[in-house]
Design a binder for this molecule. Structure first.
Ligand SMILES: Nc1ncnc2c1ncn2[C@@H]1O[C@H](COP(=O)(O)OP(=O)(O)O)[C@@H](O)[C@H]1O
Ligand SMILES: [Mg+2]
Length: 251
């Protein structure tokens, strides 16, 4: 049974914004995949649905065979520990060191100081930042801060890493670095989902690529490059017409 299953998932935001329409896919444990598409197509929404930061309007999502809509509110914090989450709008807190940023997470999960120390140094080591543990965020380059954020996402020993535009603020060299790190983490057995619109990076990586256009999944390809479909204005019009046709029919 697959680790992640999306079955006919639709997401409508209030009041009436159809953001994702009838999305179905499966991800096996240990896979690496990209979610691509223009800004606003629903990449972040998919990642948020996965970790129950948002709820699906229709359809089912299963993680490790569990229907996540059935999770009780008090079960959600524990459920979220399955995921390491990197979001484009997340930053380190400016008033404390890289180490203390991670300590905050460990302490809020109830770990002791000594257990925390061991784990923090381990994850900082994995992203090549152990030697800068004592630095404040403003003493780090953007790329280094991104590494610390990746380390933070790995703290709870997640089975699935959700990286939402992890290279959004990075120059090409740092982006390449980040992709290599994500690849290493994937090789250690963690399932990795990355949203991106960086054509070059997605092309070079040759991973599975899910392409979204206007909230619909238009292709799912193994060992793929960046799909021209994601950029194709005609594809966008086709999907829009399809949707409008259906809306009219349903009235
Ligand atoms: N909380 C929200 N409330 C209303 N609309 C939202 C919310 N979050 C996202 N959207 C809308 O959903 C669409 C898809 O957004 P998003 O998933 O962030 O796309 P992407 O990550 O591909 O840029 C956008 O039109 C956005 O405005
Ligand atoms: Mg996004």
């Amino acid at each position: 049974m697959s680790q992640i299953v999306f079955e006919h998932v639709t997401k409508i935001f209030d009041p009436d914004e159809l953001v994702l329409e009838d999305i179905s896919f499966r991800v096996e444990k240990g896979e690496f995949l990209f979610l691509i598409g223009k800004s606003g197509v629903g990449k972040s929404s998919i990642l948020k649905l996965l970790s129950r930061q948002e709820d699906a309007t229709e359809g089912k999502i299963y993680i490790d065979q569990q229907d996540i809509s059935q999770l009780k509110r008090k079960e959600i914090p524990y459920f979220r520990r399955k995921f390491g989450i990197m979001q484009a709008d997340m930053r380190c807190l400016r008033d404390r060191t890289a180490y203390d940023n991670l300590l905050l997470v460990m302490r809020s999960c109830g770990y002791s100081r000594s257990r925390s120390r061991q784990r923090i140094m381990e994850v900082l080591g994995r992203v090549g930042m152990a030697h800068k543990a004592g630095r404040y965020p403003q003493e780090l380059s953007v790329g280094e801060e991104a590494r610390v954020l990746l380390a933070r996402a790995l703290l709870t020993d997640p089975q699935i890493l959700l990286a939402d535009e992890p290279t959004a603020n990075l120059d090409p060299d740092m982006s390449w670095d980040m992709m290599n790190l994500l690849n290493d983490i994937n090789r250690q057995g963690i399932t990795v989902l990355v949203s991106s619109h960086s054509v070059e990076l997605v092309n070079i990586m040759h991973k599975r690529v899910l392409t979204l256009v206007e909230g619909m999944l238009v292709s799912d390809e193994k060992n793929a490059g960046y799909s021209a479909k994601a950029l194709d204005i005609f594809e966008e019009r086709r999907v829009r017409q399809l949707r409008e046709g259906r809306i009219l029919k349903n009235r």
